[in-house]
Design a protein around this ligand. Sequence first.
Ligand SMILES: [Zn+2]
Ligand SMILES: [Zn+2]
Length: 342
Amino acid sequence: MATDMVVPIFRGEGRISYERRPRPTVDASDDVVVQVEACGICGTDLNILSVPPAHKATPGIIIGHEGVGIVAEVGSGVSGLQPGDRVVIANRLTCGRCAYCRRGLDNQCTDYQTIGTTLDGAFAPYLRAPARALWKIAPSVPRDDAALFEPLACAVGSVKRVPFQVGDNVAIIGAGPMGMLFALLYRALGAGAVFLVDIAPYRLDFALAMGMEAALDAARVDVPAEVKRLTGLGADIVVDAVGNQVGQAVKLARRGGQVILFGLRPHDNPPVNQYTITRYDLTVHGTFVGLHPFAQTIQLLESGRVRPSVLVTHRLPLADLERGVELMRSQQAMKVLIDLSL
Ligand SMILES: [Zn+2]
Ligand SMILES: [Zn+2]
């Protein structure tokens, strides 16, 4: 087996350079080496590679956190995983010791590392990760469904915090991969109508092709009026998958409805009509990456009831990572996977 691999190294300022690196080996007793099968390109990767960056990453590392692969080697202290097992990555390594971890709020850990932003990630033939970052998944789950485990887990974690009733109408602002994962989840949960809102024609067409009840072009239609016309009262649940749409989101909710804030735009400060929230009894949920969503997400993928691979529009070799990033950035792709078998 070759002991070197050629991998894309993040060099800062939106740059990637392909360099030769030694294949990772087991260093610590809880290390696992994974042969990567595929890794999705995430909005976070686009943010890391934009200039100026909209998400931090440590120059010199390999990015990529939406990976699935096969265990190649395990350290002496690893139990529950062995060579040949199929695994997916839960990329945030929380400390387990800070005040938030000790309260069970692991998504608020103040001392975490992340595979693919501060530690080497999965845009590589091999990845080394501590065993606690890896979740075993049945080999029967198609590879491309398993590759979407991490973004799906974020949506699962968000959805599970918000009371939902079968038949609820759901309006989702942002029809990119995250918005579409929310749509697939809510449909699987038994939602009534599911509406997507976006301004990119490619995404609106995609949402309709997936069978969603409506895809509203925010550049052309009065979205609150249209949602009201379609639902009578407004949406029972509104999801902002963009990160700066809270003002619009509260206008789409019916009285007594719920708004889920999921997207992250750290530099935006959108105005919101507080009166609407108070007067119409809206509940606004801030939901960040999900709190312990992983076991349920594995079970969901293993059930086959949600197949996130329907969002995969492109599969590219590792050498084409930058082309994949461009495809997603230009919104001419839904989800792009780096396929390590190509
Ligand atoms: Zn991601
Ligand atoms: Zn912590």
